[in-house]
Ligand binder design. Structure first.
Ligand code: UGA
Ligand code: MN
Length: 368
């Protein structure tokens, strides 16, 4: 604002300075050289063109007044509102009727047909390094991947966790535990026993809750098998298709059922006829809580439930099952009537298969 006033008052000042009463706008005024209205117009214009100078001064005057008007327009002329005079207090509390503003909120889970809790499956697989190991693990893993969760695959190796097995498990896309069994006794024929026991220890230690199933890596399994296992309460069993020693005959091993009762057993080999229960390792499943909460099940024996490494070949399954149930009355035909074949225990691999080191081909195959 101050600068604007000063621009408007050169008239008086100039007249005193220059000692005359002539107007600074006058062409004759000696002050015209210092006039602010000149605004730096080149002097040769003033000297050489008289009418032109007059016209230019008018233009500059118009421009100056325009600028003054413009700047005044920008200045806030109105009275400033005193902020202190404003009332910043909160408005009086609103009288709100609660039942209008907030409706009662109820958090309930609707019972839809799509939702139901599935039992966890705990699948135990002992495995070891041999020609078809990658093929077996991939085949079994792909089946388990198709089983609706929750499912945990406990894969147990002897001494070390191999990178090949770890890679397969990592890429499978299912929940798994890769365990190592340190109890490497070379004189034991059935080395899978210690690996399975390592998995049982793990289940007990972590109190894993679910249905335990021993799935050897080389067997063939259907999806229906895993669905049926989920129906088991304590101990379920079913018949398994096998190949006879001679491999020229398919046989069955497992329960004969009448609805919900086990009434007998399919058996083929005379050497095994003294077994109490004729069940294959892949022909039964049981509730994991029997392992770590035995009071709940009144189990027949006290102490840890384990597979035994001193047992005669072919008797491993029956001695283990005898620790889980007292007799057939505590067994559940799976599914009811147990008339379906849901998995196969075969030995189809060729003998003398070469084992590629590390599963990597060092050179490209020459296809020409
Ligand atoms: C025979 C019996 O028929 C089964 O009841 C018994 O569970 C099994 O032996 C066993 O030894 O555990 P078989 O098919 O001849 O079955 O045995 P394999 O297929 O050679 O092995 C069974 C499982 O144990 C497989 O998952 C295999 O990978 C694993 N295994 C076997 C090891 O992890 N390490 C070994 O040294 C041998
Ligand atoms: Mn096998």
């Amino acid at each position: 604002m101050a600068s604007i006033r000063r621009t408007l008052s050169p008239y008086q000042d100039r007249s005193h300075q220059n000692g005359g009463s002539s107007s600074p706008f006058s062409l004759n005024s000696p002050s015209h050289k210092h006039s602010r209205f000149d605004l730096g117009v080149p002097r040769f214009i003033h000297r050489k063109v008289g009418p032109y100078r007059t016209w230019m001064r008018s233009v500059y005057s118009c421009m100056l007044f325009f600028m003054i008007g413009f700047l005044l327009g920008l200045a806030p002329f109105g009275e400033f509102e005193d902020v202190r005079s404003r009332d910043f207090s909160f408005p009086p509390t609103l009288d709100v009727k609660e039942d209008i503003v907030v409706d009662k909120v109820e958090l309930t889970v609707e019972n839809t047909k799509d939702y139901f809790a599935r039992k966890q499956l705990i699948v135990i697989t002992p495995t070891y390094n041999r020609p078809l190991q990658a093929f077996y693990l991939n085949r079994l893993g792909q089946v388990l991947r198709l089983v609706p969760p929750p499912l945990v695959w406990i894969v147990v190796e002897m001494n070390v966790a191999s990178t090949e097995t770890a890679d397969i498990l990592r890429g499978m896309g299912i929940m798994y535990r890769h365990l190592v069994c340190a109890n490497n006794l070379t004189n034991i024929k059935d080395r899978g026993v210690h690996q399975r026991n390592r998995a049982l220890e793990h289940i007990e230690h972590h109190k894993l809750d679910g249905l335990v199933y021993f799935a050897d890596d080389d067997n063939v399994y259907s999806l229906q098998l895993f669905e049926s296992i989920r129906e088991i309460s304590r101990f379920g069993t079913w018949p398994v298709a096998m190949l006879a020693q001679s491999k020229n005959k398919a046989t069955l091993e497992g329960p004969v059922c009448n609805g919900s009762q086990v009434i007998g057993w399919h058996t083929n080999e005379k050497s095994k006829r003294l077994r109490r229960f004729h069940v294959d390792m892949s022909g039964y499943a049981f509730n994991s809580t029997i392992l770590w909460d035995p009071k709940r099940w009144e189990k027949p024996t006290s102490g840890l439930i384990r597979q035994l490494d001193t047992i005669k070949e072919g008797f491993q399954e029956t001695t283990f099952i005898q620790q889980l149930v007292e007799d057939e009355s505590q067994m559940e035909p799976t599914p009811l009537g147990c008339s379906k074949i849901m998995n196969w225990h075969l030995h189809l691999e060729a003998l003398e298969l070469g084992y590629p080191k590390g599963w990597l081909l060092q050179k490209n195959l020459d296809a020409e």
